[in-house]
Design a protein around this ligand. Structure first.
Ligand code: FES
Length: 548
C-alpha cells in the first residue's frame, strides 16, 4: 500500500501535504531525480536547471518528481593539492548517497543527472544497486575556449605550467590563458574522463543516445532533459531496470566506446567498479584485449585535435554507433533504456557534411590501442598504459623514484628529470594515497617541457583524462600494500614492452627478496574521518578500487 492510501502513513502524508502535494499527487509513481549539483565547479553547474526540466517531463508523463542532490568533487579544482585525495573517494560517497536516498524513499524510478568525472560512474553504480527503472542524464561538455586564434581546453591550461617552467610562456600569458580556457558551464571540453564516461553511459544503454553529447550550454539541452523525464516514465512502464540493461554485451559495447573514442585511463577503474556492482565478471585484461582490436575513430583531444563540441556537431555518439555497427564491433543484443535498438540509433544518426571528427573503422584516426593493460614483475595484478594508438614499443630506462606527486613535480620543474628516465611515483594508490590522486601536475609538466614521450611515468596512482604522454598508472598491488613498486630504487632498470603487454623490474630475485625483508610501508597520517574509512575498506585498482 502506498503513502497515499495506507492509514498508518498519515504522518508521512502530512509532510507531503506540507510540500504542497495533493492526495492525487501521492498516487502517482514517484521518480527520484538525483542531481550531482554543487556550486563549486563549472562541471555540474547546470544540474539544478536540468533537474527542473526533467521534473517537468516526469510530470507531463504522469509521474511525481522528487529532486535531491549529492556532493561532487571537481578533479581540476583540487588537482595537485591534498584535496585531490577526496576525488576518487567521492565516487563512493556519491554512489552511497544516491543509494541511501533510493532505499529511504523507495522511488518507483530514478533519473540521475551526472557531469564531473566521478559522478558518472557513481550514478551508474547507485542505479545498479537500487535496480529500479532508471535513466542517466549526462549534463554535457563545456564549449572550448579561444586563445590566440585556437580552441583551448583545460588541457592547454595544465600544459602551460610546463611551458612556463622552460620559459616558453610567462606568468602573464598563463593568467591570460586561464581567463579564456573555460568559457562557461560544462564538463572538461574533450575526451577526458567525464566525456569518456558520458559515452560509457550511452553505450551501456542507461543514457539515451543523443542527449548526453549535447553541450551543457546548448539551447537544445533543456528540451532533451524534459524528454528524459518522459523516457524514465516509459522505462518504468517497460520495467527497464539496470539489471536488464547492464549485461555482458552492454559492458562489451561500453569498452568498445572507450577504445574507439580514445578514452581516459580512468574508464578502466570505473568500468571495473560498475561491473562489480552489476555482478558482471569483468577482468581488467579484457579491456586491453578489446582495445587491441578497436581502432580510434574519433580525433578527440587529448590524442587528437577536436573537442567534445566538435563531436556533437559531427553527429555525436550516435554517429559513432553507426560506424562501429557497420564494422561489426558492437554487440546488438542489448537493451537501451529508451526502447530503441542500436540499429535504430545508427539509422537515426545524422552526419554533418564535411565533418572530420568521426572517421571510419576502415580509415581511422589512429590504429587500435587506446589503452593497454600490462602485467609483469612490477605490476603482477595489472596496470594501465595510455597507448593512444602508438605502435608497439619496448622501452628500458633507469628508475627515478618518488614517494609522492609533490616530490616528483618539484624534481621535474627543477630540471632533475631527463629524457630516458622512468619516473616512479608510488604510495599514491587507492589506500596509500589515499584516494589515488591524478598525476596531472606531473604529466602537464613533462609534456610542457617536451618530455612527454621521452620520459615514462609509472605510478600506483592514476591520471587525469587530460593526461597524455608515456603514462602507466593503476599499478597493482600498490606500494602501500607491499606491491613490487615499493621495492624499486633509483637506478633500477624498468622495462615496458607493449607487444608482450609487460611491465618489468629488471632486478634479480635475491636482491628483491632482501629488499622485501627490509621493507616497511610508508604511513601517511590518516587517522580519522572519511579518508580513514576509505583506507580501511578500499580494494585494489585492478578490481576498480571499490569499497564493497
Ligand atoms: Fe569536472 Fe573536468 S574537472 S569535468
Amino acid at each position: 500500500m502506498t503513502i497515499a492510501d495506507d492509514p498508518d502513513r498519515a504522518p508521512a502524508r502530512s509532510h507531503l501535504y506540507a510540500m504542497g502535494l495533493t492526495r492525487e499527487d501521492m498516487r502517482r509513481p514517484t521518480v527520484g531525480i538525483a542531481s550531482t549539483w554543487t556550486g563549486t565547479m563549472p562541471c555540474n553547474l547546470t544540474h539544478r536547471e536540468l533537474a527542473a526540466h526533467v521534473a517537468e517531463g516526469v510530470r507531463r508523463a504522469g509521474g511525481l518528481p522528487m529532486e535531491f542532490n549529492t556532493i561532487a568533487v571537481s578533479d581540476n579544482l583540487t588537482m595537485g593539492t591534498p584535496g585531490m585525495r577526496a576525488s576518487l573517494v567521492s565516487r563512493e560517497v556519491i554512489a552511497d548517497s544516491i543509494e541511501l536516498m533510493g532505499r529511504a524513499h523507495q522511488f518507483d524510478a530514478l533519473v540521475c543527472i551526472v557531469g564531473c568525472d566521478k559522478t558518472v560512474p557513481a550514478g551508474i553504480m547507485a542505479l545498479s544497486r537500487l535496480d529500479v527503472p532508471s535513466v542517466v542524464l549526462y549534463s554535457g561538455s563545456m564549449m572550448p575556449g579561444r586563445w590566440r586564434d585556437r580552441d583551448v581546453t583545460i588541457q592547454d591550461m595544465w600544459e602551460a605550467l610546463g611551458e612556463r617552467a622552460v620559459g616558453r610562456l610567462d606568468q602573464d600569458e598563463v593568467d591570460d590563458l586561464a581567463r579564456h580556457a573555460c568559457p562557461g558551464p560544462g564538463t572538461c571540453a574533450a575526451q577526458y574522463t567525464a566525456n569518456t564516461m558520458g559515452g560509457v553511459a550511452d553505450f551501456l544503454g542507461l543514457a539515451p543516445f543523443g542527449v548526453g553529447d549535447i553541450p551543457a550550454v546548448a539551447e537544445t539541452k533543456p528540451a532533451a532533459a524534459r524528454r528524459v523525464g518522459e523516457i524514465v516514465m516509459d522505462a518504468l512502464a517497460r520495467d527497464a531496470r539496470p539489471s536488464r540493461i547492464l549485461t555482458p554485451n552492454a559492458m562489451h559495447n561500453a569498452i568498445v566506446s572507450v577504445a574507439a573514442m580514445g578514452g581516459s585511463t580512468n574508464a578502466v577503474l570505473h568500468l571495473l567498479a560498475i561491473a562489480r556492482e552489476a555482478g558482471l565478471p569483468l577482468r581488467i585484461d579484457e579491456i586491453g584485449e578489446i582495445c587491441r582490436k578497436v581502432p580510434i575513430i574519433t580525433g578527440l583531444k587529448p590524442g587528437g585535435p577536436h573537442t567534445a563540441a566538435d563531436l556533437w556537431r559531427a553527429g555525436g555518439t550516435a554517429l559513432v554507433v553507426r560506424r562501429l555497427l557497420e564494422a561489426g564491433l558492437l554487440r546488438e543484443n542489448v537493451t537501451l533504456v529508451d526502447g530503441r535498438t542500436l540499429a535504430d540509433v545508427a539509422a537515426g544518426a545524422s552526419e554533418a557534411s564535411g565533418q572530420t571528427t568521426v572517421k571510419t573503422v576502415a580509415a581511422p584516426a589512429k590504429p587500435p590501442g587506446a589503452l593497454a593493460i600490462l602485467r609483469g614483475s612490477l605490476a603482477p595484478d595489472g596496470c594501465v598504459l595510455k597507448l593512444g594508438g602508438r605502435a608497439d614499443f619496448r622501452r628500458e630506462g633507469p628508475a627515478r623514484v618518488f614517494d609522492s606527486e609533490e616530490e616528483c613535480f618539484a624534481a621535474i620543474q627543477s630540471g632533475a628529470v631527463v629524457a630516458g628516465d622512468v619516473v616512479i611515483v608510488r604510495y599514491e594508490g587507492p589506500a596509500g594515497g589515499p584516494g589515488m590522486r591524478e598525476m596531472l601536475s606531473i604529466t602537464g609538466a613533462l609534456v610542457g617541457q617536451g618530455l612527454g614521450d621521452s620520459v615514462a611515468l609509472v605510478t600506483d596512482g592514476r591520471f587525469s583524462g587530460v593526461s597524455h604522454g608515456l603514462v602507466i598508472g593503476h599499478v597493482a598491488p600498490e606500494a602501500f600494500k607491499g606491491g613490487p613498486i615499493a621495492l624499486v630504487r633509483d637506478g633500477d632498470t624498468v622495462a615496458v614492452d607493449t607487444a608482450n603487454a609487460t611491465l618489468d623490474l629488471l632486478v634479480d630475485e635475491d636482491e628483491l627478496a632482501a629488499r622485501r625483508a627490509a621493507w616497511r610501508p610508508l604511513e601517511r597520517p590518516v587517522e580519522r574521518g572519511v579518508l580513514a574509512k576509505y583506507v580501511a575498506s578500499v580494494g585494489s585498482a585492478s578490481d576498480g578500487a571499490t569499497t564493497i
